[in-house]
Design a protein around this ligand. Structure first.
Ligand code: MAN
Length: 355
């Protein structure tokens, strides 16, 4: 697969973003959903801010209270025997290592704007900042689907109640209408299809299962984008494969003559994140036609392999012009990068699998 990474990569790094909070540092500007708005490309950046700690033995956890609009900062010591600090993203209880009790940063969504798709200016203010009790640990990983002149933006809302997926609608990227939580915890990587299919809206989603089952991609449909049902399993993890640990939707599904092209991320249990592709039926998107054996993109560049959480390419959106897809993707849970791919080539690779 021929991928042209932008020469300017990484396009946006934490150093380009001024923290909103005094005494905080920006440690991530990544996993940005993508919109084409008027003559600009917008990236809905996930900005992660962390309280500065001058003592390496002290780890801090920010928690936002949306009712009082105040931030509380909890302090932990690395030598505390009850807690595990091995994963820099979170603080876990030693007796419950499969989940976290606190995150070490708080994320929110800030917009980066560009006329040429390569050089971005970052808004001074947040676009989506935690606004309810489901978001006291932050708002993460926005995806954006344009339907008519409305942009539907969904994202992870994180709190002690879990990670759910929430939806807002905007027409101007200044104000938004809150449409509530569309998928209950734990669910991530929701991607709303850009048009109705046989009178219903469709979305990919990724429940994260604890007792039985895997981190697989499901598909649901809705009459109104708010109530989702008719859930079906769509794409599972594959043993001994690059996507053996977890899979989740990446870009808004792309309509092609051969079917809806699903560009998704897959990771190993060791958390190496690649991008892959699948094709589902145009009339019945619950039917999988083909799926790539090999990833279409792997972490190779230095900025993809090294960072806050290395070995991650995480596509969240793209802009399509004729056959050329410009994909914007988060790298190493740190920065944003861009690349171009050919849709025809992706389809060709998928067809080779069918044979
Ligand atoms: C995972 C990672 C983190 C994220 C939490 C909560 O641990 O994706 O980056 O903050 O989940 O969503």
């Amino acid at each position: 697969m021929k991928i042209e990474r932008f020469n300017e990569n990484p396009l946006i790094t934490p150093a380009d973003v001024k923290p909103l909070h005094e005494g905080y540092e920006v440690i991530g500007a990544f996993n940005g959903g993508v919109a084409k708005y008027n003559d600009e490309v917008l990236l809905l950046l996930r900005v992660a801010e962390r309280p500065i700690s001058d003592d390496p033995n002290v780890i801090k956890a920010p928690v936002f209270d949306p009712r009082t609009q105040t931030m509380e900062v909890l302090t932990f010591h690395r030598d505390d025997p009850d807690y595990d600090f091995d994963d820099p993203r979170m603080i876990r209880k030693k007796d419950k290592l499969d989940s976290f009790v606190y995150l070490t940063s708080l994320s929110y969504i800030r917009i980066a704007r560009s006329k040429d798709g390569h050089h971005f200016t970052i808004d001074e203010e947040a676009f989506l900042y935690p606004f309810n009790e489901y978001q006291s640990y932050g708002i993460e990983d926005a995806r954006c689907t344009q339907i008519g002149d409305t942009y539907y933006i969904n994202f992870s809302s994180v709190s002690p109640m879990g990670v759910c997926d929430s939806l807002v609608a905007t027409k101007d990227f200044q104000s938004y209408q809150d449409l509530g939580n569309i998928f209950a915890p734990e669910n991530k990587d929701v991607l709303i299809f850009p048009e109705q299919i046989n009178g219903r809206y469709y979305a990919l989603h990724r429940p994260s299962l604890k007792s039985i089952g895997n981190y697989d991609i499901w598909i649901a449909s809705s009459p109104d984008l708010v109530s989702w049902g008719q859930h079906r399993h769509l794409l599972g993890i594959r043993e001994d494969c690059w996507d053996s640990g977890r899979v989740g939707g990446g870009l808004v599904p792309i309509k092609t003559d051969e079917g809806w092209l699903i560009i998704y991320h897959g990771a190993t249990p060791e958390h190496r994140y690649c991008m892959g592709a699948a094709l589902v039926d145009l009339q019945d998107p619950t039917r999988v036609i083909a799926r790539s054996q090999k990833p279409i993109m792997e972490p190779e560049a230095d900025y993809e392999k090294n960072g806050f959480f290395g070995d991650v390419v995480f596509g969240c959106g793209g802009i399509l012009v004729a056959d050329q897809l410009t994909m914007y993707y988060g790298v190493a849970d740190t920065s944003m990068a861009g690349c171009t791919l050919s849709i025809a080539e992706i389809l060709k690779q998928l067809k080779e699998v069918e044979k």
